[in-house]
Design a protein around this ligand. Structure first.
Ligand code: CTP
Length: 395
């Protein structure tokens, strides 16, 4: 923690008194802490408490500071933003991009990892609106220190109590350890499906949404890498701070990936590339007749195998989506495509594709493996990059 710059947001729940103890511990461990309170938090604990603990100003309002854009400076200078406690209200605002006070305005401008420690009444925590907002933020890469079951200020027992200080500190330390670990590295990631058109309105594709690749791109950017995301058609938003190259077909992806490859330190191929495309695509919509239709499919180039042939010094990681004989099939791909490592996932029964969750293992060498466990795709992206960085010798 020594020398780490921490942006601490405090929102208006009864647990906000615990943020004062957290601030004191962070300062004692050598962190430089900038505290921003919401006006509601200030009703529970005064800004003076925090400015006394940090020996720095504690802010409440956008209009406190004489400078022009204080919210940008505060988050730009920090290594990590933490909101403890995070109320249902601030979680809802963050999920919807509402910026109506200094804290939410600063967090909307944040390009740094954000750790949220929710605390609220158990019924509010369980409400479908809160669950949806939490899922939205998780999918965008926010980290959570989940609340605990215990005594709530209403005199009831339930899940909603702010996580212990130790758990919050642990999460902050974990995020700080990852920060800058890929600084100066160039990373290219292929993600999403490809679409192989048969006519202007019909195509062959698959159920990939690109969520895993998007999570990897976001995580690599948070670690300081300069990231290019080669992204197939998807409704998901690519992360901020990443260069995005949109592709449609496997052939587009092939051209874009080969153009990127030189000088790239790490290439991760998470795209679900269509292996075949219709031999020809009609310029105008094919009108239906009573007859059956036969479409001849021809092979698409294997983007990853082509990268393997030309990879030079870049570290190449593939994905294997398997339904049977997972590790044997994945190891065969590892060797055949000349990869440095391959992440294998089980896609039986619709798992992996189009869901927020996944389960992965990373394989390399002839028999090495690391189980990355199951979890949401942002957590898995972080674990995958931890393992890859070790293999690349960055950390
Ligand atoms: N891949 C690729 N280009 C292709 C096909 C696959 O770049 N035309 C990449 C994927 O991005 C993934 C890896 O190769 O990283 C494995 O993809 P997968 O479809 O599981 O393997 P295939 O080699 O196509 O083998 P099979 O379909 O027989 O399982």
């Amino acid at each position: 923690m020594k020398g780490a710059r921490i942006f601490l947001g405090v929102t208006g729940g009864i647990a906000s008194y615990k943020a004062a103890a957290l601030t004191s511990t962070l300062v004692q461990r050598g962190a430089i802490v900038d505290v921003v309170l919401t006006p509601e938090a200030e009703r529970f604990v005064g800004a003076l408490t925090f400015s006394s603990l940090t020996a720095r100003p504690a802010y409440v309002s956008l209009w406190d500071m004489p400078e022009r854009i204080p919210h940008i400076r505060l988050v730009r200078e920090a290594d990590v933003a933490v909101v403890a406690p995070a109320t249902a209200n601030v979680i809802a605002k963050l999920a919807h991009g509402i910026a109506d006070d200094l804290l939410t305005t600063a967090l909307l401008a944040a390009r740094i990892p954000v750790v949220l420690a929710p605390a609220m009444n158990d019924a509010m925590y369980a409400h479908p609106a809160t669950r949806e907002n939490l899922a939205t933020l998780r999918a965008r890469g926010y980290e959570f220190v989940d609340p605990e079951r215990g005594y709530l200020a209403e005199g009831e027992t339930g899940v909603g109590r702010l996580a212990s200080e130790d758990r919050i500190l642990e999460a902050i330390a974990r995020v700080l350890a990852r920060r800058r670990s890929l600084a100066g590295k160039r990373v290219a990631i292929t993600a999403g499906p490809t679409r192989e058109a048969f006519d202007p309105v019909r195509f062959v594709s698959n159920a990939s949404t690109g969520a895993m690749g998007i999570a990897l791109a976001r995580e690599a950017a948070l670690r300081g890498a300069s990231v290019t995301l080669l992204l197939g058609p998807t409704l998901l938003e690519p992360p901020a701070g990443v260069e995005v190259v949109r592709v449609t077909t496997a052939c587009d992806l092939y051209d874009a990936a080969l153009a990127q490859a030189a000088g790239t330190d790490l290439i991760i191929a998470s795209a679900a590339v269509a292996d075949w495309r219709p031999e020809s695509s009609s310029e105008s919509k094919v009108k239906k007749t009573d007859a059956d239709l036969v479409v001849r499919m021809v092979r698409n180039p294997d983007v990853l195998a082509a990268l393997g042939e030309r990879k030079g010094t870049s570290f190449l990681v593939g994905f294997a989506a398997e339904t049977d004989d997972h590790e044997r099939n994945a190891r065969e791909k590892l060797a055949r495509k000349r990869l440095d490592a391959i992440a294998v996932n089980d896609v039986r029964d619709g798992r992996g594709f189009g869901t927020g969750e996944n389960a992965l293992a990373l394989l390399w060498g002839t028999a090495d493996r690391r189980d990355l466990g199951a979890g949401d795709k942002s957590a898995l992206a972080a674990r995958l990059l931890d393992a890859v960085e070790e293999l690349m010798g960055c950390s």
